[in-house]
Structures are given as structure tokens and as C-alpha cells.
Design a protein around this ligand. Structure first.
Ligand code: CTP
Ligand code: MG
Length: 227
């Protein structure tokens, strides 16, 4: 089975508030993008990679790939207005014979090989998609304005991360409609009746959103079993 990866790196990183897109914020002395890209390159499961780069940052993205010797990068496209648009544009570069596609956020640099393995394995058991999820420690409430309207049963909720793995055809179909409101790809597959499995996530896959997250991930760098 041929497996390709789409690396969503085209966001602006407004909440990080840097002078450059989040994918080019410094992490361990190099662009944040380099960390997840290198890990995808080194994964024994991944055959090809498509990077969705921020507008006007396509060339620097290709340079990052070259600097780390990421020969699996087959295309680097200009991202779209939303994450889902970026993934859809990148997916157009994934070949027909790629049975499975992994979608990962560049904003989650500490991608472990075990997680890649964990999300890919169930695709062979009839699932359309697989997501890594973590149990919630806080109680979650639904609100309308400032009023609480419902307390949700925490035991039945998970916080979902990336990498998310999909049967490529199911992902293509899911992305072919209106994708504007989606915050992840799995929700689009679910909306079409696709079966999505949740497997155990990884706290180290924290998404870098603000400067505190960046400092935290930086402190974990090199301590997560990677070279
Ligand atoms: N992303 C993307 N294309 C977009 C928007 C987001 O590829 N048009 C990617 C980001 O690069 C990131 C992932 O989707 O790796 C998750 O998005 P998020 O954490 O929201 O990143 P940004 O949109 O860059 O940050 P912000 O929302 O603070 O601007
Ligand atoms: Mg965003």
C-alpha cells in the first residue's frame, strides 16, 4: 500500500504574532516546518510528501526540504484561504495510486513514528479515517453567550490531533464539497457517513498556537526519543 503525506503549513500564525508565518517561526534553531517534515521523511511508512506552503513562502519551503534532504517531497503548493482548502489543493498532487493519505499540521512538530503507525494500521480493517485523540481533563460545557446551557459527558469526549490517516478516495470525496467550516479533515469524512476511528494520541503532539506553546515544544525537543 502506497502512503502519501500532506503537510499543512500554509497558515498565517496570527495568534503566534511573529513577523513571519508560523511554519517559519524558529524551533530549535531552524524553521518549525523542518521538524515535522524531517520526521515524515524519516518515516518508513511514508512514500511521498506534498507541502502546502504559505503564499509567497513556496521557495523558502522548498529550501527547507532541500536543506534537510527531504527527497520524498514531490510537490510544494501554495495553500488556500483555510486549512481545508490547503489540504484540498495539496491532495490534488497526491497520485491516484496512493491508497492512504496522512494529513498533518506543521504546527504539531513532534510527530512520532509510533503515532504514524497507530493511525495507519486501522485503515486495513475497513475504517475510512483514523484520528489520534486524548481524553479531556477539564469539564466541558456548551455555552450560548455567557450562559452555560449544557455540561457534556467528559468520558465520551476526546481532543483530536493530527496526523489523521484516510483512505485517499474517502478524503478526496470529503474535500470535494463545502469545506469552509471544517477545523479538521475527519469531520468532513464523518459528515459524508465515513467511519472514523479514534486511537490513542500523544501529548507531545501539542499544536503550537501561541508563544507559550512554542517554548513548551522547544523544551521537549530532543527529549522525545527522536535523534
Ligand atoms: N493551515 C494551512 N492553511 C491555512 C490555514 C492553516 O495549511 N489556510 C495549517 C497551519 O499552517 C497549521 C494547521 O493548518 O499547521 C493548523 O492551523 P492553525 O494552528 O490555526 O495555524 P494558523 O492558521 O497558521 O494560525 P492562526 O490561526 O493563529 O493564524
Ligand atoms: Mg488558523
Amino acid at each position: 500500500m502506497s502512503v502519501w503525506a500532506v503537510l499543512a503549513a500554509a497558515g498565517r500564525g496570527e495568534r503566534l504574532g511573529s513577523d513571519r508565518p508560523k511554519a517559519f517561526a524558529r524551533l530549535g534553531g531552524r524553521p518549525l516546518l523542518a521538524e515535522s517534515l524531517e520526521r515524515l521523511e524519516d518515516s518508513e511508512w511514508i512514500d511521498g510528501i506534498v507541502v502546502a506552503a504559505p503564499p509567497e513562502w513556496e521557495e523558502p519551503s522548498i529550501l527547507v526540504a532541500e536543506e534537510i534532504g527531504a527527497g520524498k517531497v514531490r510537490a510544494c503548493i501554495t495553500g488556500g484561504a483555510s486549512r481545508s482548502e490547503s489540504v484540498r489543493l495539496a491532495l490534488a498532487e497526491v497520485p491516484e495510486d496512493a491508497a492512504a493519505t496522512l494529513v498533518h499540521d506543521a504546527a504539531r512538530p513532534l510527530l512520532a513514528e509510533e503515532v504514524i503507525e497507530r493511525v495507519l494500521a486501522p485503515l486495513g480493517e475497513g475504517w475510512d479515517g483514523v484520528v489520534p485523540g486524548l481524553p479531556l481533563s477539564d469539564t466541558v460545557k456548551r455555552v450560548e453567550g455567557e450562559q452555560v446551557v449544557e455540561t457534556l459527558p467528559r468520558g465520551r469526549l476526546v481532543a483530536v490531533q493530527t496526523p489523521q490517516a484516510f483512505v485517499t478516495d474517502a478524503l478526496r470525496q470529503a474535500l470535494s464539497g463545502d469545506v469552509s467550516d471544517a477545523t479538521d479533515c475527519a469531520s468532513l469524512v464523518e459528515a459524508r457517513g465515513g467511519r472514523v476511528k479514534v486511537v490513542h494520541g500523544d501529548p507531545r503532539l501539542l499544536k503550537v498556537t501561541d508563544a507559550n506553546d512554542l517554548a513548551l515544544v522547544e523544551s521537549w525537543l530532543g527529549a522525545d526519543g527522536s535523534p
